[in-house]
Write a protein that binds this ligand. Structure first.
Ligand SMILES: NC(=O)C1=CN([C@@H]2O[C@H](COP(=O)(O)OP(=O)(O)OC[C@H]3O[C@@H](n4cnc5c(N)ncnc54)[C@H](OP(=O)(O)O)[C@@H]3O)[C@@H](O)[C@H]2O)C=CC1
Ligand SMILES: CC(=O)[C@@H](O)[C@H](O)COP(=O)(O)O
Ligand SMILES: [Mn+2]
Length: 382
C-alpha cells in the first residue's frame, strides 16, 4: 500500500491520478489532497477518498469546505496549505499536478520530508530545476516523470547507461494549430486554441502546446530530469502522439515508448515504479489500425517559443524562471482575451530581453525574479 499526497486534484492530471487510485484500492491510499477553487469537486473527492487533510485556494474556499464537509478532516488554504498537503506525515509520495511555478515550494518541502515525487508540474523544473534536482539527490528521493514524453524517455533509459546516450528525442504533436502558417495564426481565437487534436488537458498547457512552448518547457524539463546537455535534446513533430519519445544510444540504436494517448499510463507508472500494474481502462495500441505515423523537423522560425526555450535553457540561471513566469502571464492574458495569440511570444521575448540573468540563483532570488517578471508582463498587459 502506497500513501499518496496529491496537489492539483481537481485538474486533468489530478482527476486521472484519482482514477488510478480508485482502480487499485489495494495498492494506493490518498492521505492528503490539494485543490484550488473547484470546491464542489473537492467535496466529492473528500467524500470518496476520505483524506485526513485538504487544502484549497483561499479562505473563502476553505470556509465553504468547512461548512459543507461531512467527514473529519483538517482544512488548510493558500500556499501554506499546499505545503501541508505535500508533507503529510503518512505520505510516501507526492503527485504534483498543480499548474504553474506555484508547485515549486510544495515540491521542495516534500523532498525535505523524504517523499518521492511524481512530477507532472513541469513549470517547477523549468523555474528552478537546479534546486529541485540538487535537493532530490541530497535527500535520496526519486523524481518520477509523469509528463508523457519524459515517462517515455525514463522507460527507454531503464537498464542502460547514461554515458551511452547520444540524443533524447521528444515528440511534439504540433498542437491545435499545427497545420496553420504564421499568417493564419493572426486571427485565431481562444476557443480554437483550446482544441488540442490528441489530448484533453488543462487550458494553460493546451495553449502551450499550440505555441510549442510546451515542448520548449519539456526540453528544459528533460535537461534537469535526465542530466543531459541541451545540444543532445531534440524535438520531432509527430502528429499522432503514439510514439511518446525516443532515446538514441551511441551505437545508433533508437529505443521508443509507444501507446495510445492516455495520461493514466505515465501517471500510474510513476506511482508503481519500478513495478507495473494492470491498467484496464485504456485502449490497446493496434498498429495495423493506426496505419501510418508521421514525423517532421520543427521549423524554429514558425515556433519562436521553442527557440526562446532553447536559448533560455542554454543560458540558464534565472533566465528560465523569466521564460516560465512570462509565459504563464502571457498565456493568462491570451485566455482572458487581453492579447492576440501571436502576442504571447512577443511578451515573452520582451521579458527575456529585459532581464539580466543571474547564475545559480537561490530560492529567494527565484521567487523574486518570478514575481518581478509577472509584474513586468502585467504592466505591459494593462
Ligand atoms: N493535462 C495533461 O495531460 C498534462 C499536464 N501536464 C502538466 O501537469 C500540470 C497540471 O496540468 P493540468 O492537469 O492539465 O492542469 P489543470 O488546469 O487541469 O489543473 C490545474 C490544477 O491546479 C489547481 N490550481 C490552480 N491554481 C491553484 C492555486 N492557486 N492553488 C491551489 N491549486 C491551484 C487547479 O485547481 P482548481 O481547478 O480547483 O482551481 C487544478 O487542480 C501542468 O504543469 C501541466 O503542464 C503534463 C503533461 C500532461
Ligand atoms: C500529454 C502530454 O504529455 C502533453 O505535454 C502533450 O505532450 C502535449 O502535446 P504537445 O506534444 O502538443 O505539446
Ligand atoms: Mn508532455
Amino acid at each position: 500500500m502506497k500513501n499518496i499526497a496529491l496537489i492539483g486534484s481537481t485538474g486533468s492530471i489530478g482527476t486521472q491520478t484519482l482514477e488510478v487510485i480508485r482502480s487499485h484500492p489495494d495498492n494506493f491510499n490518498l492521505v492528503s489532497l490539494g485543490g484550488g477553487k473547484n470546491t464542489d469537486l473537492i467535496l466529492k473527492q473528500i467524500e470518496e477518498f476520505r483524506p485526513a487533510l485538504v487544502s484549497v485556494a483561499g479562505k473563502k474556499e476553505a470556509d465553504y469546505i468547512c461548512q459543507n464537509v461531512d467527514a473529519p478532516i483538517k482544512v488548510y488554504y493558500g500556499r501554506e496549505g499546499l505545503n501541508e498537503v505535500a508533507t503529510h506525515s503518512d505520505a510516501d509520495m507526492l503527485i504534483n499536478a498543480v499548474v504553474g511555478s506555484l508547485g515549486l515550494q510544495p515540491t521542495l518541502h516534500a523532498i525535505e520530508a523524504g517523499l518521492d515525487i511524481g512530477i507532472a508540474n513541469k513549470e517547477t523544473l523549468v523555474t528552478a530545476g537546479h534546486l529541485v534536482t540538487k535537493k532530490a539527490r541530497e535527500y535520496g528521493v526519486h523524481l518520477l516523470p509523469v509528463d508523457s514524453e519524459h515517462s517515455a524517455i525514463f522507460q527507454c533509459l531503464e537498464g542502460n547507461h547514461q554515458n551511452e546516450i547520444n540524443r533524447l528525442i521528444l515528440t511534439a504533436s504540433g498542437g491545435s494549430f499545427r497545420d496553420k502558417t504564421r499568417e493564419e495564426l493572426q486571427n485565431v481565437n481562444v476557443e480554437e486554441a483550446l482544441q488540442h487534436p490528441n489530448w484533453n488537458m488543462g487550458a494553460k498547457i493546451t495553449i502551450d502546446s499550440a505555441t510549442m512552448m510546451n515542448k520548449g518547457l519539456e526540453v528544459i524539463e528533460a535537461h534537469w530530469l535526465f542530466n543531459i546537455p541541451y545540444e543532445q535534446i531534440e524535438v520531432v513533430i509527430h502528429k499522432e502522439s503514439i510514439v511518446h519519445s525516443l532515446v538514441e544510444y551511441c551505437d545508433k540504436s533508437v529505443l521508443a515508448q509507444l501507446g495510445t494517448p492516455d495520461m493514466k499510463v505515465p501517471i500510474q507508472y510513476a506511482m508503481t515504479y519500478p513495478q507495473r500494474l494492470e491498467l484496464e481502462d485504456t485502449n490497446r495500441l493496434n498498429l495495423w489500425e493506426t496505419g501510418t505515423l508521421h514525423f517532421k523537423k520543427p521549423d524554429f522560425e514558425r515556433y519562436r517559443c521553442l527557440t526562446f526555450a532553447y536559448e533560455a535553457g542554454k543560458t540558464g540561471g534565472t533566465l528560465t524562471t523569466v521564460l516560465n513566469a512570462a509565459n504563464e502571464e502571457a498565456v493568462d492574458g491570451f485566455l482572458q482575451g487581453k492579447i492576440p495569440f501571436l502576442a504571447i511570444e512577443d511578451y515573452i521575448e520582451k521579458a527575456l530581453d529585459h532581464h539580466q540573468a543571474q547564475m545559480n540563483p537561490d530560492l529567494e532570488t527565484i521567487l523574486e525574479v518570478d514575481k518581478d517578471t509577472r509584474a513586468f508582463i502585467r504592466s505591459q498587459l494593462g
